[in-house]
Design a protein around this ligand. Structure first.
Ligand code: SF4
Length: 325
């Protein structure tokens, strides 16, 4: 039976302050709230079954003076100091961090690597689009540079494309080819998310239509043709409904599923239960839990000494999640 993987995670939205203003985003806010390490600790303590601490937040929130002031009151001189601190806290509590920090420099990625099992940055699309006109961090070249720098640092990496934000069908193919090309050079891409755009009330794109199921299936088929077999294709089960046709088309990962936190990016779409997901597999696929680092990179030992013990404790001999933990 073909294996389909998922990760049991806890979603930690450290801040919704963001220097970008993507026209489809319902996550960003001008309230600039920051989670404290104590709040992170309390959230993690509720997620006993999870192995992944998913840190997701707006890009470069400390461009704002009020964010800088809040960080200073907490004893940090910049936002990445807070990120590194809560990454380390998660490891101490038995969770493997996966951080989505937006665009970072080589040195910034290097600072976060020791306490992250993997990191991520959606490419979105490798072409300039109107919805990103107010988002300097969404310029394709700066995102590709971050993804390449993660490869230079041997960071197992997640990227993906967002479908339905004004790109043409050939842009999707080009974006997948760009990811395949980066992977051919660095070998660090572990999964590519095929994410459908979802309209959000109060955003400039609230009246746009999300892509159809058939369109998404076509992208998954193309992704399976373009990307090498060692890159998993991930579809978000809370956004696509029945996952079965997508698995038949070549997807083989269902991403992070949380029992204690919503998908803060798409809170109107709750995660399906594991029993519902299993039923969707129609006895043709076997659902297995993985860690935020894929088995290939566990075998290659692409992780730091700081998290090695935890990975060996959580992984089984195949590099997937040990069933006894
Ligand atoms: S970068 Fe992310 S958080 Fe920031 S506006 Fe764009 S989609 Fe929203």
């Amino acid at each position: 039976m073909k294996i389909v993987t998922f990760s049991r995670n806890v979603f930690i939205p450290l801040t919704n302050a963001c220097r970008n203003r993507c026209a489809y985003c319902g996550f960003r806010s001008d309230n600039h709230e920051l989670m404290t390490p104590n709040e992170v600790k309390s959230l993690l303590s509720k997620a006993k079954n999870a192995s992944e601490a998913l840190f997701t937040f707006g890009e470069r929130p400390d461009v704002y003076d009020d964010v800088k002031r809040k960080l200073k009151a907490m004893g940090y001189s910049n936002f990445l100091e807070l990120v590194r601190d809560v990454n380390e806290l998660a490891v101490k509590m038995g969770f493997l961090p996966h951080t989505n920090a937006g665009v970072l420099s080589y040195e910034e990625l290097k600072k976060l690597k020791p306490y992250n099992a993997s990191m991520g940055l959606m490419l979105e699309q490798a072409v300039e689009l109107e919805c990103h006109a107010l988002s300097p961090g969404k310029k394709p070249e700066v995102r590709i540079k971050t993804i390449k720098n993660a490869g230079k640092l041997l960071i197992p990496f997640t990227t993906g494309i967002l479908i339905g934000i004004g790109e043409k069908p050939y842009d999707r193919i080009y974006s997948l080819e760009v990811i395949a090309d980066v992977h051919a050079n660095y070998g660090h891409i572990q999964e590519v998310i095929i994410q459908p755009f979802q309209p959000k009330k109060g955003t400039p794109m609230q009246d746009w239509k999300p892509p159809s199921g058939e369109e998404l299936l076509e992208v998954v088929r193309k992704a399976r043709e373009i990307l090498p077999e060692d890159i998993a294709i991930q579809i978000p089960p809370n956004l696509v409904g029945d996952v079965y046709p997508f698995l038949k088309a070549g997807a083989n990962d269902l991403g992070g599923i949380s029992e204690v936190t919503p998908d803060y990016i798409n809170p109107e779409h709750p995660w399906p239960s594991l029993s519902d997901l299993k039923a969707m597999l129609r006895n043709e696929f076997l659902l297995r839990e993985r860690l935020p680092i894929y088995p290939k990179f566990v075998r290659l030992r692409w992780f730091s000494d700081e998290i090695a013990d935890l990975i060996y404790r959580l992984a089984d001999e195949e590099g997937l999640r040990c069933s006894t933990t």
